[in-house]
Design a protein around this ligand. Structure first.
Ligand code: ATP
Length: 234
C-alpha cells in the first residue's frame, strides 16, 4: 500500500459467531482516502469482517486501530461518531417512510440539513422520488438511498457490503461512478461480487479465502493475478 496516512489498521483479527470462528489472523489496512476492494467467494468472511469493524461482532483476538485509537474499547456508536459509515448487505432503509424522511433520519444529529442537498446532487434520481415511500423504490434506488443516508453521517471511512446486489446493470454503473468519486475524499471499503467493477472503483484489493487474507495488492495487479480466479471459484 502507498505511504498515505492510514485510517484503519487491523492486526491479527480473529472473530466469529459464538464459538464458531470465521476470521483467522486477518491483517487489513485502509488509507485515509482511496478505494479498497474486499473480494472472495460466498462465505469467505467478507461480511463478518465488516461487521467486526463496525462493532456488531466482538473480536476473539486482535486489534482494530481506527484513526489512531484502539476501537476495541468502544462500541458501534463511538465508531460511527468517530467517522465510520456502514451500509449493510441487507435492506437498510425504512420502507414505510418517504425518501425525504429516510434522509432526514440520516441527518438527525446535524443542525444543518444542507447535507441532504449534497446527497440529492450526488444521486439526482433520489430527488425525483423524495415524497415516495422507500418501499416503492427500485433496488438500485434503495441502495442509493442507503448510501446517501450513510453519507449524511459525514463518514471518513465508508464500508459498503455489496451495494450493487440485485441492481440493474445501468444503475450499477451509476453507483460505481459515484463510489469512485467518493474515494477522492474518503476511504471506501467495497465488498463486491462484481469483481471487475470493484477493481475499477478500488485502488487496492484484498482477497479473502476461508476467513484468511489470501491475496492483496494494487487493484491493477490483482486483476491480472492468475490466483484471483482460484480464490473466487465456487
Ligand atoms: N450469524 C451467523 N451465525 C453463524 N455463522 C454465520 C453467521 N453469519 C455468517 N456466518 C458464517 O460465517 C462464514 C462467513 O460468512 P460471511 O457472510 O462473512 O461471508 P461473505 O464472504 O460475506 O459471503 P457472501 O459473499 O455470501 O456474503 C460463513 O461460513 C457463514 O455461514
Amino acid at each position: 500500500m502507498s505511504n498515505k496516512a492510514t485510517i484503519l489498521d487491523v492486526q491479527e483479527l480473529d472473530a466469529g459467531y459464538g464459538r464458531s470462528q470465521v476470521l483467522a489472523k486477518v491483517d487489513f489496512k485502509a488509507p485515509a482516502t482511496g478505494g479498497i476492494a474486499l473480494l472472495g467467494r460466498n462465505g469467505a468472511g467478507k461480511s463478518t469482517l465488516l461487521k467486526t469493524l463496525i462493532g456488531e461482532i466482538q473480536p476473539m483476538q486482535g486489534t482494530i486501530w481506527f484513526d489512531g485509537q484502539n476501537a476495541h474499547q468502544h462500541g458501534t456508536e463511538w465508531r460511527v461518531r468517530r467517522g465510520m459509515g456502514y451500509v449493510p448487505q441487507e435492506q437498510s432503509v425504512f420502507g414505510k417512510l418517504t425518501v425525504r424522511e429516510n434522509l432526514l433520519l440520516g441527518a438527525v444529529r446535524q443542525k444543518d440539513k444542507s447535507g441532504i442537498d449534497m446527497v440529492l446532487d450526488f444521486f439526482p434520481k433520489l430527488g425525483q422520488r423524495l415524497e415516495q415511500t422507500a418501499g416503492t423504490l427500485s433496488g438500485g434506488e434503495r441502495k442509493m438511498l442507503a448510501i446517501g443516508r450513510a453519507l449524511l453521517g459525514k463518514p471518513r471511512l465508508l464500508m459498503l457490503d455489496e451495494p450493487t446486489e440485485g441492481v440493474w446493470i445501468g444503475v450499477i454503473e451509476e453507483i460505481a461512478e459515484r463510489l469512485r468519486a467518493l474515494t477522492a475524499e474518503m476511504s471506501v471499503i467495497l465488498v463486491e461480487q462484481h469483481v471487475e467493477l470493484a477493481l475499477r472503483v478500488a485502488d487496492y484489493a484484498y482477497v479473502m479465502d476461508r476467513g484468511t487474507m489470501a491475496l492483496q495488492g494494487p487493484a491493477g495487479d490483482i486483476k491480472d493475478d492468475p490466483r484471483l480466479l482460484r480464490y473466487l471459484a465456487p
